[in-house]
Design a protein around this ligand. Structure first.
Ligand SMILES: NC(=O)c1ccc[n+]([C@@H]2O[C@H](COP(=O)([O-])OP(=O)(O)OC[C@H]3O[C@@H](n4cnc5c(N)ncnc54)[C@H](OP(=O)(O)O)[C@@H]3O)[C@@H](O)[C@H]2O)c1
Length: 191
């Protein structure tokens, strides 16, 4: 059996949004974060053998981060989930459709003996969790609320807090995914 871990790692607002209603991250880039500090992305990426993301996130990267001077930033194989006929921007980008379970074997094989970074969005991360393919959630919470936007994790799950750190403006929290949230039993509801 594979020992690869599926790890959702993202920045979020305090009220649980990954981006505003226009898919803007302007609230994120004004915050301070020390890459030499705790729970840095560079340390995380060193353990990552494959990446998965949804099409909005992929298209955001293409629009905002990729240019002639700035190539695709990841060396790991990256699986982009979409129902559209999107163009892969690099040889390492694989445009895929299906459920996480459908793609599991391919993603795990691509990751080798390293972990899988579930970049987001939130519903895709929750689809992985629903398929029992999410081990960890790490959030770097920015001190901002948006009131609306792209949700962090829009399905009911229980998690166990395993690590806390402060890095610059962010509260960084790591959780183990316990499993789908069970409805309260009748005793719990009446207590
Ligand atoms: N704060 C951060 O650090 C952070 C991290 C990640 C993302 N973001 C931002 O947050 C926003 C997330 O956008 P989003 O909520 O729309 O999520 P998303 O996961 O990036 O994109 C959703 C799209 O992914 C595709 N998809 C999802 N599941 C699929 C499946 N099982 N099979 C085929 N296609 C599937 C669908 O695309 P099609 O419509 O093409 O079929 C769906 O519309 C973006 O603006 C992104 O840039 C921020």
């Amino acid at each position: 059996m594979s020992t690869n871990r599926f790890r959702y790692n993202t920045a979020t607002t305090l009220d649980g949004y990954l981006a505003d209603v226009h898919n803007s991250l302007d609230w994120l880039f004004v915050q301070t974060f020390d890459e030499a500090g705790p729970m840095s992305m560079n340390a995380f990426l060193a353990d990552i053998g494959a990446i998965v993301m949804g099409s909005t996130t992929y298209r955001w990267l293409l629009e905002h981060e990729i240019s002639a001077d700035s190539p695709w930033p990841y060396t790991q194989p990256c699986f982009v989930f979409t129902h559209r006929d999107l163009e892969p921007v690099a040889d390492t980008v694989h445009i895929v459709a299906g459920t996480p379970a459908d793609l599991r074997e391919r993603i795990v094989a691509a990751a080798g003996d390293r972990d899988i970074w579930v970049v987001g969005g939130g519903d895709l991360a929750a689809q992985f969790a629903a398929a029992d393919m999410l081990d960890e959630v790490t959030v770097s919470i920015a001190p901002v609320t948006l009131g609306a936007g792209a949700p962090l994790f829009p399905r009911p799950f229980d998690l166990e807090l395993t690590e806390i750190a402060r890095n610059g403006d962010f509260a960084c929290l790591r959780y183990r995914v316990v499993g789908p949230r069970k409805p309260a039993d009748s005793a719990g509801e009446t207590a």
